[in-house]
Design a protein around this ligand. Sequence first.
Ligand SMILES: [Zn+2]
Length: 61
Amino acid sequence: MAEFDNPYVDQDPFVRAHFDCLDCGGKLWEYAIQGQMVCEECRGVFPSEQVFDASVERTAD
Ligand SMILES: [Zn+2]
């Protein structure tokens, strides 16, 4: 039987992200395994890429 190294085995799958919800401004939590972020206020789910893009646009403004 082959060994399989799970890179997430020692990590909490939820990582607090340094981004605000695109809808309500609540805190987003990154679900690292699926590359998604979940808002703790409105439970909205956003792809991490979408949040990064929005953050970059906001910073460049
Ligand atoms: Zn929200």
